[in-house]
Design a protein around this ligand. Structure first.
Ligand code: B12
Ligand code: SF4
Ligand code: SF4
Length: 313
């Protein structure tokens, strides 16, 4: 098993996320890690092959050392974290992810199954100690006990893997997370040791931070800007669904801060989107019009239903 760092550094500088910013998980800001890791693993396989070829042994023996391998990263039914832990690459934190004392946990795992027998390293002792910061910070209380995650509650699952409507009970807790979640890792003291990746493909793209700017992306913008990124995998509908939840949470926050003009502006955008989906011209998003629009949504398609929820915040 291998640890491959992604572009995550100076994490503590990013914790103070601007009030108007949406949050995209660090792991998804660069090129899709499946593609990047595949390339790195193939390079490693080539190195092993080259090494075998230059061994000072006769060609008959060399031929018998036929190097067979299969690389994987999330692409085979293999328990990667468990294998990496057993192979001495780190310990499993209470958030269930692998932590390495020199890199923290903000990395990907990739592996290779091969017929070449490698020496096995000893497993590392666990250094979480009495800390439970990850459990305390988890917005949806998905870490139900140390080392146990209820994936159905995890924002990463809800915003990326889950199809259909996001259950009502998690919408407020999702906050500004539009794709994935890093909260349990950002709070982990071991990520003070996170290091910058040297792989150019992981360089974060210049996605807009503004919730409104992201909301105004058309499907074409979405497909274009997320080309080669893991984000594209969820498709525009789910992206829009997630953003709608973020917009609803934004409305609630602005209301609490009594920023009434901003509340009106955000609701107008939601209302415009709802009108568009209903195939009618938009009007001013005043209380009456919003109420009528909500009542007239007879076909509660996924995004429409989320918009209605957001307007009700
Ligand atoms: C499914 C999955 C998810 C699910 C569930 C994650 C989870 N922690 O269970 C969801 C969608 C929520 C998810 C989220 C994330 N994921 Co994910 N995910 C996977 C995936 C594809 C499979 C994991 C899995 O379910 N394996 C099968 C189970 C059976 O194995 P296991 O969890 O190791 O279980 C063993 C033990 O934990 C134990 N066990 C498990 N449950 C229980 C219960 C009890 C009672 C007991 C006693 C024991 C026990 O026994 C099992 C057998 O030994 C792996 C890639 C892979 N193939 O491993 C990536 C992987 C774990 N994910 C990864 C990442 C980066 C993330 C996110 C950070 C992404 C993000 N920023 O949004 C989040 C982090 C959330 C978190 N705190 O875990 C990385 C982790 C890198 C690292 N440092 O460890 C991986 C390895 C992908 C990769 N190739 O890099 N993920
Ligand atoms: S990724 Fe977010 S939601 Fe999932 S366990 Fe970590 S903090 Fe909780
Ligand atoms: S935050 Fe604390 S308990 Fe959680 S994984 Fe990190 S060291 Fe372990």
């Amino acid at each position: 098993m291998l640890i491959i760092k992604n572009e995550q550094q100076n994490l503590y500088a990013f914790q103070d996320i601007h009030a108007h910013s949406a949050v995209i998980s660090w792991y998804a800001k660069g090129r899709d890690y499946h593609k990047v890791l595949r390339k790195q693993l193939l390079l490693l396989a080539q190195k092993i092959q080259d090494y075998i070829e230059q061994l000072p042994i006769n060609s008959c023996l060399k031929n018998s050392l036929q190097f067979n391998y299969r690389i994987f990263t999330d692409s085979a039914p293999i328990m990667e974290v468990e294998l990496a832990q057993k192979g001495g690459l780190g310990w499993r934190g209470k958030h269930t992810l692998l932590i390495n004392p020199s890199f923290g946990s903000l990395f990907f795992l990739g592996g290779m199954l091969t017929n070449i027998p490698f020496a096995v390293d000893d497993a590392m002792p666990n250094h979480c100690g009495t800390c439970n910061k990850c459990m305390q910070i988890c917005p949806t209380q998905a870490i139900i006990a140390p080392y146990q995650l209820d994936a159905r509650k995890c924002i990463s699952y809800l915003t990326i893997e889950h199809d259909g409507a996001i259950p009502l009970e998690y919408r407020a807790a999702i906050g500004k997370h539009v794709y994935g979640c890093d909260e349990c890792q950002l709070v982990c003291p071991w990520n003070k040791f996170a290091k910058k990746s040297l792989i150019a493909d992981f360089k974060p793209r210049n996605y807009p931070q503004s919730i409104i700017e992201l909301w105004l992306w058309t499907e074409q913008n979405f497909l274009h800007k997320t080309e080669g990124s893991a984000i594209r995998r969820i498709g525009y509908q789910k992206w829009r669904r997630n953003l709608t939840v973020v917009m609803g949470n934004y409305v609630r926050e602005l209301t609490k801060q009594n920023k009434l003009q901003d509340v009106h502006n955000v609701k107008q955008l939601l209302f415009d989107a709802l009108s568009n989906l209903n195939g009618i011209n938009t009007n001013e998003a005043n209380e009456n019009n919003i109420e009528n629009a909500i009542l007239n949504v007879n076909n509660h398609a996924m995004v429409k239903e989320h918009i209605v929820w957001a307007l009700e915040q």
